[in-house]
Design a protein. Structure first.
Length: 278
């Protein structure tokens, strides 16, 4: 009886380990050599500002497909395409063709339970297609495509079914007079169960802009900062497929790029995503 109990317990442990062996939602996951990971997401954003004199509401939707290919077990290339759907009727945006494109790389390094991931991404989009040729003119770029280069370093500690991690991200404009830069720092925790995962974190974002869209240097050279809460839950249908939901919520900050700065009453994003490994 004892031997049978031991066998059953061992089988249960093996089953649990197998069920949690592949977590494609883990922030450190990369597809192994020759494998593809498809990440499809759709999200809605809504924000409201209140200056005490007038209020403003903005809302938009964003859809994105990102494909990651494992060149080796620890190195992958990434390509993505997205589209922003703008619902602010007072703006001159083209609501059907606001495409952006990205190409980048990711690399993992594991030393025992300490995990490190680094990545870089090139992003570009044609602002003319967003605003229409008749409405758009940018003297900083001579009407060329908008370009950005971003990079990040993520460090975490594998505690089995739980992974605390931190992440630092830098993003900079290319081919513009100002070449403004933005930085963010995140503290996060990833938790895994046999068929579900959850991720929670707080992100601090800041930048320095030379002036605002009106060419005015406002209060401290356009310093902007914000803190956001980021949450995600996922259901692992199997080792190769997951579905999930995520949300971002503005907690506070100080935005000074506008001539008459408005307080952010709320800014929230909710989205759905699906990941497929093949």
């Amino acid at each position: 009886m004892k031997f049978r109990t031991l066998l059953l317990a061992s089988a249960a442990v093996m089953f649990t380990t197998s069920a949690m062996a592949v977590d494609i939602t883990n922030p450190f996951y990369l597809p192994t050599k020759g494998k593809f990971l498809s990440d499809t997401s759709v999200e809605m954003n809504r924000g409201k500002t209140d200056s005490g004199v007038e209020e403003g509401v903005e809302k938009s939707a964003y859809a994105r497909e990102e494909l990651t290919y494992g060149v080796t077990d620890n190195f992958a290339v990434v390509a993505g395409i997205g589209n922003t759907f703008d619902y602010n009727k007072d703006d001159d945006y083209n609501n059907d063709h606001n495409f952006d494109y990205s190409l980048g790389v990711k690399y993992n390094y594991v030393n025992g339970k300490l995990m490190t991931q680094a990545g870089a991404m090139y992003n570009t989009w044609n602002q003319k297609s967003w605003e229409g040729k008749a409405n758009y003119h940018d003297e900083e770029t001579n009407d060329r495509w908008m370009k950005e280069l971003s990079g990040y370093v993520r460090v975490g500690y594998d505690m089995g079914c739980m992974t605390p991690y931190t992440e630092f991200t830098a993003l900079g404009e290319l081919d513009r007079n100002a070449n403004e830069q933005e930085y963010s720092w995140k503290l996060g925790l990833h938790k895994a169960w046999s068929k579900a995962t959850a991720d929670a974190g707080v992100r601090y974002t800041f930048n320095e802009s030379e002036d605002n869209e009106y060419g005015v240097d406002y209060n401290g050279n356009g310093h902007n900062e914000r803190v956001d809460l980021e949450l995600a839950v996922n259901y692992l249908v199997n080792d190769n497929f997951s579905i999930g939901a995520y949300a971002e919520y503005y907690l506070g900050g100080d935005a000074r790029e506008e001539v008459d700065p408005k307080d952010i009453e709320y800014d929230r994003t909710i989205g759905l995503n699906a990941k497929v490994l093949f």
